[in-house]
Design a protein around this ligand. Sequence first.
Ligand code: FA5
Length: 342
Amino acid sequence: MKEKIEQIKKQALAEIIEATSVEIAEELRIKYLGRKSDFTNILKSLKDLTGEERKTVGQLANTVKAEIESAFTQKEKELKEKSFDFAAEKIDVTIPAKKMKRGHLHPLTKIQNELEDIFTSMGFEVADGPEVETEFYNFDALNMPKNHPARDMQDTFWLKGLHANERVAMRTQTSAVQVRYMEKHVPPYRIIVPGRIFRNEATDSTHEHTFHQFEALVVDKNINVGNFKFIAQEFFSRFFKKDVKVRLRPSYFPFTEPSFEFDISCTMCGGKGCSGCKNAGWLEIGGAGMVNQFVFESAGYKRNEYQGFAWGFGIERLAMMKYKINDIRLFHSGDVRFTSQF
Ligand code: FA5
């Protein structure tokens, strides 16, 4: 039996060396080590041998089996390496790379950056304040006490439990930053306050519940409406890159006196009248006025010591004018078909 095992080993190793493909090697594996092979039959018949014989023949059979298996493994490895198709794996380094999709700034951020650039070039400072604001800075300090009818137009989201003694709300206007800034600075100063604000509004194509405003505040000893008009005209002309005129209409805000709404000459027809301005020749922009002395007093200034003007308008509405966007809700829709156009 030992000779038979040695003979199988010799024959198997010789044939394995000659194998020219992985398939042939696999056939040989079945032939020599498969269930119906002579070798397997020998292993099965070991049980009929006497104790000592079974031991020596068994040991030999196991060693030979391991040798044949290792020869197969070695051969298979060699054949696989040889048959590897390097041509199919080649990389053409001249093929242009796939274009990476790069993100970019949101249109509102771009507009805000533009506004800041123009105003800082005119000597303004950019100021900021919290979006969660106290009732004092958002309303009372601005001459809008509890039950003042002007509060109705800025219904907001009140927050519970943040301050023990004071009510806090999501701010409804960037004007809330006025008194905060005044308290910490001594005039003269000119600031802009771009920022997000919140109102409890039913939304439609021109109204959002969360939107951005842009406040300007200039305070000194001798500021007048003419200063406001000049700066506004200068800003809008630079922003729209054409000559823009500013028009004031009487209005009311508790924190300015006198107050006005201001319009700019239509940026499409230059004031002649077109479908964009509904033939008015003017586009409504925002609210403005001379700072009410009550507001200076809220900040601890003496009445009539300073004068100033302030204005506020919606950044979304301005972006809609510049880019001819017909629905304000697109800005926060998260729809990349919209944002990728800018
Ligand atoms: C104010 O919020 C005042 N704080 C503006 C102001 C500042 C007046 C300084 C005087 C001095 P008003 O509520 O009108 O005013 O809002 C100002 C601008 O915000 C509007 O002209 C409009 O451009 C924009 N706006 C108001 N409500 C919405 C809304 N729901 N969605 C989008 N934009 C709005």
